[in-house]
Design a protein around this ligand. Structure first.
Ligand code: Q46
Ligand code: ZN
Ligand code: ZN
Length: 304
């Protein structure tokens, strides 16, 4: 098959909108889409300092690549989760990706910082639940301590659709109130604005873009992801997308229009300062300090 716009052979068949594109026109299409997301949701201003959280995987690598290509002022942070071989490999990928891009990379290692890695803590909580809170806390505090204006993560359309789907099926309304391509800054700047530039591109498109740009990334799943329900939701959504192209984007866009229905969100006034670290918390001690049993705040300021 030939590209819709030129005589070159097709590199990818897109399902929604349905068309064949060569490598060059696909890259153009992908970049235009991400640019539109950035503009439509006012994710970034040109002079802001952006911290991109790179995991070693494709989504964050593509996020860093494209923001750099667009000329934004980015630096990267890798959080090594301390999940044995998987984390070692992931860190290696993150290092090589940033080197290739020529952007500064900071590394925080959970095991060195907190004594145990994800999966190594004796708790009833599933690894993913405290992994999520640990990552969110670290990248937010790192960005705050070092004066970044915004944190960018690699979440793509499939991640968002499955997250919303999962939370709808479980009626987690407080999560449904908070999702979106941008989470505004708050609490006197202690909550740094969070953005998802890949919000409107599918996982399949991200894989193709990484391939077209020679971006190498960790392909193995985290060992804790196996059997995670998010993967099951993703599978269901993929089946629907196959039958009815456009399902995911229409679902997510519909959600953004209706999300006001869920606004029972914790308002800022209900947040207070964690008595250990001073960061925003819904209780006396924030969930990070509580889970890791901290007695004093962590300082992520990078020393010159
Ligand atoms: S949350 Fe869970 Fe992921 Fe953390 S423990 Fe692995 S699968 S890495 S996105
Ligand atoms: Zn073409
Ligand atoms: Zn705290």
């Amino acid at each position: 098959m030939k590209c819709k716009f030129c005589d070159k052979p097709a590199f990818i068949k897109l399902h929604y909108p349905k068309m064949y594109l060569c490598e060059e026109h696909f890259m153009e299409y992908f970049e235009r889409k991400v640019k539109r997301t950035i503009e439509r949701y006012r994710l970034l201003k040109p002079d802001e300092r952006v911290l991109v959280v790179v995991s070693g995987g494709k989504d964050s690598a593509v996020t860093a690549h494209i923001l750099k290509k667009f000329g934004y002022n980015i630096e990267c942070l890798h959080i090594n989760l301390g999940i044995d071989e998987y984390s070692k490999k992931s860190e290696g990928y993150a290092v090589r990706q940033c080197k290739k891009l020529g952007v500064p990379l900071y590394i925080v290692r959970v095991k060195e910082l907190l004594g145990k890695g994800i999966g190594g803590v004796r708790t009833r909580r599933p690894a993913c639940s405290y992994c999520g809170l640990t990552k969110r806390y670290i990248f937010n505090k790192f960005a705050y301590d070092n004066g970044f204006n915004v944190v960018a993560t690699g979440h793509n359309l499939d991640d968002e659709a499955s997250f919303i789907f999962n939370n709808l099926m479980n009626w987690n309304t407080q999560y449904l109130a908070k999702q979106g391509p941008v989470t505004p800054a708050g609490f006197n700047g202690k909550l740094v604005r969070r953005i998802k530039p890949l919000y409107e591109v599918t996982e399949r498109e991200v894989v193709a873009y990484a391939l077209a740009n020679g971006i190498q990334y960790e392909m193995d799943e985290c060992p804790h992801a196996r059997g995670a329900t998010t993967l099951e939701w993703k599978e269901i959504l993929n089946q629907m997308e196959e039958k009815r192209p456009g399902t995911k984007i229409n679902f997510v866009k519909g959600y953004l229009k209706k999300k006001g229905l869920f606004e029972v969100e914790l308002c800022e006034s209900e947040l207070r300062e964690c008595k250990i670290c001073g960061m925003p918390s819904s209780g006396e001690v924030c969930s990070f300090c509580r889970f890791w049993g901290l007695e004093k705040p962590m300082d992520f300021r990078v020393k010159e």
